[in-house]
Structure formats: structure tokens, C-alpha cells
Design a protein around this ligand. Sequence first.
Ligand code: 5CA
Length: 441
Amino acid sequence: MRLSNYFLPVLKETPADATIASHRFMLRAGMVKQDSAGIYIWLPLGFKVLQKIEQIVREEQNKAGAVEMLMPTIQSANHWKETGRYDAYGPEMLRITDRGDRELLYGPTNEDMITDMFRSYVRSYKDLPQMLYHSQWKFRDERRPRFGVMRGREFLMKDAYSFDIDPAAARVSYYKQFVAYLNTYARMGLQAVPMKADTGPIGGDLSHEFLILAETGESEVFCHKDLVDMPPPGYLDTDEAREAVFKERTSLYAATDEMHDADEFAKVPADKQLSARGIEVGHIFYFGDKYSAPMNAQVQGPDGKNHNIMMGSYGVGVSRLVGGIIEACHDENGIIWPKSVAPFGAGIINLRKGDEAVDAACEDIYAKLSAANIDPLYDDKDDRGGQKFARMDLIGLPYQIVVGPRGLKEGKVEVKTRASGEKQDMTIEAAINFITGEFAE
Ligand code: 5CA
């Protein structure tokens, strides 16, 4: 992409109402624009990152055996009345009436709808287990939308739902998602710690939140330090292996403030006690027949009798993660994207537009990085060098290639690694090889 053709409305001033780094940088880097409280327009740069995160989540869900679908944003109130959640959900739910006075709502989650869908097709245990998911916009009329996309009113969530014949089989599904979550966040450069959690309005008795540690996190968390250093499990192909990972991670103390037990925490060796703040980037629930029982969603078992379907649901805060990753990865100059979610792989800075040799070198680099699928952003604007450097640091692409007349005379360009700040002079060929090599890892 050539910056002269792109829509990147970078702001010089720090917006006054943005108190945390991710919110400030998302506004300044032209990633989002607030349209009304907690509702954002995703500008091209922000939308690209959102899609990359969604794609990583999708690939890991598919590996876990979940099948993608799409449910609507607008739901009939009838599903929610049947499960008893219509009144229970309270003012967070945006309730809508259509022209025929039918009650609708903008979905805050989809347990009720998917249980209704599922019961209308599936009758036998032979059709189980099943795991379905979608990424879809949700609406929750939060009392205090804040921190930009971190606590929005409209937000993108990946929600998956599992359907099993009995509680033992349902736990197998839960473990699949548990492992998939650890791998999902690791691919985004994040260390997410699973913590025992309250089930809230979703319900159920087994639940974990996945939190990344950050000073600006909304939740207070307590955990065993070792959990923060454990590597992701990677792809596991047996139920036993997944259960072992679940047991390993949950044997160490980790809880959010609602579930915190000071006496249990005191048993953790003092030098391993970590109390910190965290951002909840995912939440998984096993809730058995909480929805299938009132909805009469049953299948015939091997015993010939009808059984309530045992269910779980599994949410990832896709749009929240854009902010969460920035909280974890930034410095005073701007964002430092992990390679896997960076909106462009590298930036090319032309320091002397109109200079024939510099323009030609930039075009050459642009063509070669594009051909290597690095998806470069070429700053071909007329601005001053200082402005270009500041803008490129702010938007946080992993690598920058700076092309100026002086270096070119010696056949060199400068390659900057955004994360370390390290600068190296190289030939164009070496610069292309270096960057493509970094992405091949
Ligand atoms: N139905 C279940 C799981 S599918 C559910 O709704 N879980 S949840 O309420 O915990 O939401 C799942 C994830 O969505 C949360 O972990 C969080 O990362 C994200 N999320 C929740 N509320 C918001 C919000 N207001 N703004 C941005 N992200 C949110």
C-alpha cells in the first residue's frame, strides 16, 4: 500500500479523554474513531489488525475441531423468554421493537439462539459431540464504556458453543477449548493466564477467564508466578494430553478478585505470589443444561431415553484484543505490533521524494517486499523526515526501511527494528532478505 493512496488520519494531539496507552495510540494512529459512547468506526488500519486477530482465532478454533457459522446480530426476544434470561439480563440488553410490535434485541451473546437452532435439528446422541462458533458483533449497554475498544458497547466477539451427551463428554470439549485458547493468545505474542472465574449471567459451575497482565487492566488478579512463564502447549491430538494441560495449569493458584481466596493464596510460596492487574481477553464456561433444560433441547441416548444436551460456551474478545495487545506492546513513541497481527509487515520511508535514485530504490523495495508477501506500507508522501519517522513509530510496523540520498550513494538503506530500536545499514538485497527471513521464522 502506498501511503498517498491510503486513509490514515494520524492525530498530532493526544485526545484528552483517552487515559490509557492503547486508547491514545488507537486514536492517534487513525485506527478507530468514536461515533458515540462505546461505539467505534474501524478505520482501515484498525480494521486490518482486527481481521488479523479474527483470523488467528479462526485458525485455532478450526484446529480445535470447531465449525464456523454466522448468527445474526438481531435476535427474537422469544428465545430469551424461554430460557428466563430476558428479564434476568437487565439494562445491559438493548431491546428493540419492530414495526409489528415484535420484541427483538441486539444480541449480547448467543446461547439462547443457538440452543433453539440446535434442538430443531439434532435428535440423537450419534450426532454429538458438536462444536460451533462465529465471530459476530455484540451489543451490551455497558454502564461505563471506557478505555476505547477495551470496554465498548458494540464489540466483536468470537463465541463458540459445545454440545455433548453427558458431563464427562462436555469436559472433553471444555479441555479442547482451554488448550486452543492458550495457543490462540500465544500466537498474538501474549501470555494469557487462565484463572478461576465467576460465571455471572452466563451461568454454570466451571469457568475460566483468560487474562493478560497489564497495569491498566480492569481486573485485580492473584496467581502463581510460574503460570506467567509457561509456554503454550501447541497442537495436541488426544483428549488425555489436553486434560493433562488443563490439570497442570489449574493446579496452580490463579483467580480474579471475585473468586479470590486469601487462605488458598497464602499457601503459594511467598516468592511465587503474584498480585497484579489484568485484562480479560477470553472467558469459557461449562453450564450443562442451564439452557437446554428450559428449552427442552434433548437427544436420545444409547439407553433409548431422552437426555438434556450438556453445553458450554467459549468467548474471545476479538476487538478488545486490539487494545489489549497494544497495552502489552508499546513504548512512549507508539505501538510495537507483534509480527502476527501487524497491519503491514514493514514500512518504507522515502526521505527525498522527487530524487530519481531514491524514488527508484523505494519502488524496487516496495515491489520486492510485496512479492515476498510482506505487505509493505510505502510512505511516499511529501512530508518532512521527522514527521515520517514519528508516524512510522506511532503505527508500530515491525520493520522500517529508510531510504535517503546519502546512504544510497554507498548502496545502503537503513533497516530499523521497531521493537528493539536497532538500526542497521544494509544493501537493498540484504534488507529484503533480512525482513523476509524474520517473517519466515
Ligand atoms: N457467552 C459467553 C461466552 S461465548 C460470554 O458472553 N462471555 S463474556 O461475557 O465473558 O464475553 C467474552 C469476552 O468478550 C470477554 O472475555 C471479553 O474479552 C469480551 N468482552 C465482554 N464485554 C466486552 C465489552 N464491553 N467490550 C469489549 N469486549 C468485551
